[in-house]
Design a protein around this ligand. Sequence first.
Ligand code: AMP
Length: 370
Amino acid sequence: MEIQLHDKVFTPFISQDVIAGEVKRLATALKKDLKDEVPLFIGILNGSFLFAADFIRNYKGDCEVSFVKFSSYEGTASTGEVKQLLGINEDLTGRTVVILEDIVDTGNTLEEIYQVFEDKGVKALKIVTLFYKPSVFKKDLKIDYIGFEIPNTFIVGYGLDYDGYGRNIPSIYQLKLPNQMKNIVLFGPPGAGKGTQAKLLKDKFNLVHISTGDVFRFNIKNDTALGRLAKTFMDKGDLVSDEVTIKMLKAEVAKYPDAKGFIFDGFPRTEDQAYALDLFLAEKGMTINAMIALEADEDTLVSRILERGKTSGRVDDQDESKIRNRFNEYETKTAPLNSYYANQGKYIGVNGIGDIAEITERLSAEIEKL
Ligand code: AMP
């Protein structure tokens, strides 16, 4: 999971899939705004070469491409000194120039870019950056398109380097900080014991447990607008809409600014939710460390849930056809998340059959390894 470059250790931060999604979104948004205009893309070397390559592949329209080289970094700290090293030879008069930057932090390079293009007679100058650090940006300069707003952490990969290394890594890593958080998605079909285990693990590892099912039930009990909305889905065993669920999840996470980590239980349940969670965590410099999945077969679980239904009072626990519908929702919408996390190297399967303490042990062993 971790990598070492020179003397420093880095941990996974933003996955290839999430980067690809943002690059595509940016290219699509720009095309929509430029309509039939033919832009000249200018990539800022070295860092933006991978981003520029992927961006223009996603740009569905005629365009030209050039590169220019500035240098602003030495090691991990911004030097504040920016020099133009390589210029461009094209005549820019009347052109729509689109700058492709990998990262904007202090804004020194961006200022240089604005100065360089000031007297070139361009028709329009647009700035696209994949990463932006709002907390350190000191300039009053426009950035037209922003991929990820991230905190002031040092990142490598996808073209960005630490002292020359790391540009070839396809995803983004961040410099490992002491006491880094552990964020876990506890996963599994209905009745697998996620809630039970999450309650035990949160105490053991001092994590915040967020169960979207519990939050919905709390809202239903208190008859809030959210609760009334969620109830219509939940009573049938259907999933609540992504929009509502994601918004609620964000609000829950925001309640714990000092958390040492989170156990997400019952979230994400769709690929859109997983993607939204990754984006949202990236904004906070956080990431999911692992998806730990409790594995168990459906028939065992249906009888477990019916048993629970006798005492839990949950409407969706008492009727076999509603329970089967929850499994159907799980198989079609949620189970594909296994590969979403497996692609990121974060999937960990754990046998979910056995007694509670035994399963807690199995899960704990995996969490300790993170
Ligand atoms: P749970 O307690 O996790 O079994 O969730 C119970 C019900 O709450 C589900 O069947 C859904 O109707 C709803 N729910 C909980 N979490 C989510 C989610 N992440 N997305 C959509 N619906 C959810």
